[in-house]
Write a protein that binds this ligand. Structure first.
Ligand code: FAD
Length: 623
């Protein structure tokens, strides 16, 4: 072992920046790239990562100290040969405001996203100057009323700010409430009940064949959306948040021009409103990627078109084997469609461990005629018989199919290039993302961005938390509250859920990632075939898996790093594992937490007991 000084790396033009947070203390074990301190200039705050792994011996800085490149942060005890090996890393949020919004957690607790960070373009745009007058002025303008936008707006209003939301559609709620999370789950619930009922004959209760009234089902979905979006409108009113209906685009660094829209869509009336703001939060979200070679035909839809439930096709193709495609496929197949799925990668539901996905595959193989992996869709023609689609395997194999409905679910693209961000001086990447720091601040200090537009994972719960951070930082700055102004997105993990049947949920480090990164983990796996509740429900195909840090320095009491669940209601349970990771729980903490019996949730406690070696609901561990 050797002692070495960890220094502040190159942080651009910034000199003498104040230390506002100490993130480690003597005795802590740190990993390469783990954040050590937070520093703040008048433009941005950033976390300074460790260039080496080791144990903190002594902190050489205290709160309020001023540091620059080369200042010693702490002395670290490192393994001999490591001392010279790793070059210093860049800080997690350079002052150009350009990096990803990815959480700055200890690297072993990897966020759910595997996406590359958002990297700012090399040349930053120069803001336009706007000399016109404003029709409305506010403290905070939120551009986009999705889950990120309305959450940011409501939090800012609750903290005492004058807030306006600009939204092009008639209702608030964005993709999630109108054409995403909520309508898909309304339909998936119906599908799950239908599937459950069809298994009941095995348990001694028979129902007749279900008769589907598609108009009524569509009506149910619309009612669910209406109830939630109506609730948002009421809550905006209660908070005195002004909702400006229309398409917003920047005309300067402190002004957005809104072209009024009408009806249920984006038809423009020609009327314009200019809103002046002190601070802005860009929450303009994303839209489905469209494959350019697919013909324009009503039988080819994206997720929004599929959720409209136009008809139930006999034969459906899903292009893209990710969560959105498989969720929609579940709905349509339960309603009667036969499915083909085509995916370029070597497996469906990428991101989740294969053992979880295998359980889903076994339960769902009856829905599919063909699962085409490592295969590209290369062409399609609209014919009277259906949409004729050509495929090409990575090994050169060619094939073709004909379909009544084709769902393109090949990802989503951010809306960054559609809001004239350059007029405000905000940098947008070639792909349309906007880079932010951990406080959700863009390269323009008074403009923030949140949600899908700042990067992966594109999930509503990430957008909401980012929205709260941006609102708090702004309120802190405008109202002079230093604690609020220090708010930052520091979540260690973001859970992912496929609401298929069974559900597949995972959070933090996966087993595949642990293997790839060489992180030794102790696995606690509790099979639901030993869960009283799962057996009673007639659904014992799943399992719960927890992964604990098993590096030598954890001395057999390692903290939980990740977990996954496959089974009914997995999505409702994964939050407990996320909490355990955030709290740094170990197997004893989780195993000794008394879970109610008989529940599916107790499988989490039992998986921890398996890792700890104290589980009495399974055969004894081998000695
Ligand atoms: C089918 C489907 C299912 C999904 N299921 C889940 C799920 O189960 N769980 C989950 O976490 N996530 C899910 N998602 C993803 C989730 O919907 C998004 O991550 C989330 O909505 C992103 O929120 P946001 O606020 O960033 O943006 P959005 O929800 O995209 O909202 C952006 C808003 O900005 C408005 N806007 C854009 N540009 C302008 C402009 N120039 N002027 C005015 N208004 C503008 C848009 O009209 C929109 O209302 C799903 C997505 C889809 C498509």
């Amino acid at each position: 072992m050797a002692l070495m000084d960890i220094q502040v790396p190159d942080i651009g033009d910034f000199k003498d920046v104040a230390v506002i947070e100490l993130l480690v203390k003597p005795g802590d074990t740190v990993q390469v790239d783990q954040s050590l301190i937070t520093v703040e200039s008048d433009k941005a705050s950033m976390e300074i990562p460790s260039s080496h792994a080791g144990v903190v011996k002594e902190l050489k800085v205290k709160l309020g100290d001023k540091v620059s490149e080369g200042s010693v942060i702490l002395s670290l005890e490192v393994a001999g040969e490591a001392a010279a090996a790793v070059p210093p890393s860049a800080p997690s949020a350079p002052a150009t405001g350009a990096p990803a919004s990815a959480p700055t957690a200890a690297p072993v607790v990897a966020p759910a996203s595997s996406a590359a960070p958002v990297v700012a373009p090399a040349v930053l745009p120069a803001a336009a100057s706007f000399s016109g007058s404003a029709d409305l002025a506010c403290d905070v303008l939120v551009l986009g009323g999705g889950p990120g936008g309305y959450s940011a707006a409501f939090r800012a209003a609750d903290l005492g700010l004058k807030v306006a939301i600009v939204e092009r559609y008639a209702t608030l709620g964005g993709v999630c409430l109108n054409v995403g999370c909520i309508p898909s789950k309304a339909l998936l619930h119906v599908a799950a009940v239908m599937d459950e009922v069809s298994h009941m004959a095995d348990l001694g209760v028979e129902f007749g064949r279900p008769l589907v009234n598609i108009d009524k089902l569509r009506g149910h979905k619309e009612k669910v959306i209406g109830k939630l979006t109506g609730g948002l409108a009421a809550m905006a009113k209660m908070r005195k948040v002004t909702v400006v209906r229309g398409y917003g685009a920047f005309v300067g660094p402190n002004h957005v021009e809104v072209e009024e829209t009408t009806g249920t869509g984006q038809d423009k009336t020609g009327s314009k409103t200019v809103v002046a703001f002190k601070r802005c939060i860009i929450a303009a979200g994303s839209q489905a990627v469209r494959l350019p070679f697919l013909p324009d035909d009503p039988r080819i839809v994206d997720s929004t078109g599929a959720l409209a439930l136009p008809t139930v096709p006999k034969k459906m193709l899903i292009i893209g084997g990710g969560i959105i495609g498989l969720e929609m496929g579940t709905v349509y197949s339960t309603l009667g469609a036969r499915l083909d799925v085509v995916e370029m990668m070597d497996g469906l539901m990428q991101g989740a461990d294969r053992d979880l996905v295998k359980v889903w595959e076994k339960m769902n193989k009856g829905r599919f005629d063909n699962i085409l992996l490592k295969t590209k869709t290369v062409g399609a023609q609209a014919t009277p018989e259906g949409i004729r689609v050509q495929f090409e395997g990575l090994d050169g194999t060619k094939s073709e199919g004909i379909y009544d409905l084709v769902l393109q679910a090949v990802g989503r693209t951010p809306n960054g290039k559609k809001i004239a961000a350059d007029k405000a001086g905000v940098a947008v990447t070639d792909r349309g993302f906007i880079g932010v720091d951990v406080q959700m601040r863009t390269n323009v200090p008074h403009i923030f961005a949140i949600g899908d537009i700042v990067g992966q994972p594109m999930l509503a719960h990430k957008a909401v938390h980012e929205g709260h951070v941006a609102a708090e930082v702004i309120a802190g700055e405008l109202l002079g509250d230093a604690a609020l102004a220090r708010s930052a997105f520091d979540a260690r993990v973001i859970p992912s859920v496929a609401y298929t049947d069974p559900e597949v949920a995972w959070v933090g480090l996966t087993e595949d990632q642990a293997k790839a990164q060489g992180i030794p983990v102790k696995k606690g796996l509790f099979p639901w075939s030993a869960s009283g509740r799962a057996i009673a429900n007639g659904r014992d195909e799943g399992f719960t898996k927890l992964l604990f840090d098993d590096r030598p320095e954890a001395h057999g009491h390692g903290k939980i790093l990740g977990g996954g669940i496959v089974g009914t209601h997995a999505g409702d349970m994964i939050g407990e594992i996320a909490l355990a990771i955030e709290m740094g729980a170990d197997a004893v903490d989780i195993g000794k937490t008394i879970h109610p019996h008989p529940t599916l949730g107790e499988s989490i406690g039992m998986a921890a007991e398996v890792a700890h070696g104290s589980c009495t609901d399974l055969p004894p561990p081998r000695r």
